[in-house]
Write a protein that binds this ligand. Structure first.
Ligand SMILES: [Zn+2]
Length: 351
């Protein structure tokens, strides 16, 4: 069933007029203030995580889109030696992926913090599942770019959005990167990655431009979970302008616990170099948010994706460039793929 619908989507995107393709990118529609209404043709102001300065990509006649990502944009998330809750350094030799320090571990074990403990545990599980899900469905292609001494940006990667019309629908591998030449204090230096750093690098790639995908594909799980949850009483979808030089928009969840404490929860912050999965809401707003955008009920992005028109129609969406058009189609793809996510979640939990 899902396959048939998906084939129909691909046919629709192929049959629509694409015309000539323009290079470069345009500013995405401005994020709305909490009180303003939707303005875009999709009825959606919550454009997903969007690159700005880093994406200097080019669109070709066959509708592929290649972007460049700088290591500098997410380098801070490649740190296996800090606690993902408080960002303090872990004891030397005790590092790893997604670990908390002893102090945070003790804090979360106190009875009065039981709800926050449950939230951390549940979100860690969602994150592991969603990353595994991304790996299984990954169509985007990544490659390391060569560097020369004239590069002032440091190491970069090229990134091509998955081909929607690929008949084989091939799942891509992430590049296995052992070391990379990067700019450190103005000098080119070879950095050798540890196994943990390589895992964190994978996480940054898997989350790149995926905040809307996470909200759409995880919706069936979060919706189902919320019906039976003891500790989480409300989940909202929040979009904002992040405190980050390369991104104009980012979307996360705000979760309200039974004790009324609120937390920012994100499975895709690693692409911005941010390690925590769960952060007290006020702290997140203070440190990560430049301008708060919209706050909508759980499912808002899912229903936008459901309503999205998959046709690559230049006349209908004249404000879009090629990149944005592909993102719209990808959003619809996420909606189609979310059909099977509950079954995958059940199977993953059994395994
Ligand atoms: Zn800690």
């Amino acid at each position: 069933m899902a396959q048939t619908r998906r084939q129909r989507l691909l046919a629709a995107s192929r049959n629509s007029g694409t015309g000539s393709v323009q290079d470069g990118h345009r500013e995405l529609p401005r994020i709305a203030s909490p009180s303003s209404e939707s303005t875009s043709p999709d009825g959606d102001v919550d454009q997903p995580t969007s690159p700005s300065s880093t994406v200097s990509g080019s669109a070709s006649q066959n509708e592929t889109y290649t972007a460049e990502i700088s290591l500098a944009d997410f380098k801070d998330s490649l740190k296996p030696d800090v606690c993902i809750r408080c960002l303090r350094s872990l004891f030397p030799g005790t590092g790893g992926v997604n670990l908390t320090c002893l102090k945070c571990h003790k804090y979360l074990r106190r009875p009065e913090n039981a709800s926050e403990k449950v939230l951390h545990d549940v979100v860690a599980k969602w994150a592991a599942f969603w990353l595994a899900w991304r790996r299984r469905h990954l169509k985007d292609k990544f490659a390391v770019n060569s560097m020369s001494a004239s590069d002032s940006q440091g190491a970069t990667f090229s990134f091509e959005l998955g081909d929607l019309e690929d008949k084989d629908d091939a799942v891509q591998d992430l590049p296995g990167i052992d070391n990379i030449v990067d700019m450190v204090d103005g000098e080119l230096e070879t950095i050798t990655f540890s196994e943990d750093e390589k895992t964190l690098l994978d996480m940054a790639f898997l989350t790149y431009l995926q905040c809307d995908s996470a909200q759409v594909t995880m919706y069936p799980i979060l919706h189902k979970y919320l019906q039976h949850a003891k500790h989480i009483i409300r989940i909202e979808e929040v979009c904002f302008t992040p405190n980050h030089p390369a991104f104009t928009t980012h979307c996360i969840w705000r979760m309200t616990l039974q004790n009324r404490r609120q937390y920012a929860v994100s499975l895709t912050d690693r692409q911005l170099g941010w390690l925590p999965l769960v952060t007290p809401w006020r702290q997140y707003v203070r440190t990560r948010v430049r301008t708060l955008g919209s706050i909508k009920p759980l499912g808002a992005q899912f229903y936008v994706a459901e309503a999205a028109d998959p046709r690559l129609n230049r006349f209908l969406y004249s404000w879009e460039n090629n990149f944005e058009r592909r993102r719209r189609v990808n959003r619809k793809m996420n909606w189609y793929e979310s059909e099977g996510v509950l079954d995958e979640w059940k199977a993953w939990n059994r395994g």
